[in-house]
Design a protein around this ligand. Sequence first.
Ligand SMILES: [Zn+2]
Length: 311
Amino acid sequence: MAHSAPGKHYRKGISLVKLFEMFPDNETAEQWFVESRWPDGIRCAYCDSENVNTKASHKTMPYRCNCCKKRFSVKTNSLMHASNISYQKWVIAVYLVTTSLKGVSSMKLHRDLDITQKSAWYMLQRIRAFYIETHEPFEGENEVDESYFGGKEANKHAKDKLNAGRGVVGKTAVVGVKNRDTNKVQAEVVDRTDKETLQGFVVENTTPDSVVYTDEARAYSGLPREHEAVGHSVGEFVREQAHTNGLESFWAMLKRGYAGTYHHISPKHLHRYVDEFSGRHNVRPLDTIDQMAAIVHRAAGKRLPYQELIA
Ligand SMILES: [Zn+2]
């Protein structure tokens, strides 16, 4: 386990035992949040000034800005804004989301951290929101494919059945693109899988000179990219390059999380889980502690109010 196969990145993980050695108390956890948020020194959480008094003796707001005169802590305008949950619990939550490939349910976090399920749900939604990184459109060779999530028609009461005769009815569609060079994935929940929607997704997420492989769905014909389609429906053998197998493992992980961890994700919230899973997929080559720090760093200066989430 110590060294990976040639050509593979060696990623440093953190065991649960190691995590508690690293963060035995709130102080060590707070210090880590400070260093992750401000790697070049503490700045004001309100006006970004470097002129900060860090010697102010205040229990929950240890810093005071010499410019705007406001008091703040590392929680202010961050992932943990106005949260009463301790720093140590926040570190554990970030760790669990980072290392649980199938995701973490609010029920599990509620039990593991000894907090209410409502608090656990809010923590998870906040961590998810800052998991995804924005990125440039993909270059080179890309695979594009769709997958479907949601209620099986066979399990529904007769009156709820949509009876349109296709497997995708009543499900929520997700379209994804995977770059063959970087292995990064971008995926999005879509209202429909027509030509305009799917091609719009591809155009937005790939550069004009990139190559795109899809299945032979008619929705992709005329795609303004160098494009090759392969038909799995007719049992065509996978040609050397033209396949979309790369996305299969991503869909499989998302489906396992969907079925096993979250049981039922409402279509309204599905995009957050898709973001979480693609975010986790894309940072996998990084060491665990760097994945954790990236979430904290990305959330700096931002907040996600509870009201906004339930709206
Ligand atoms: Zn300030």
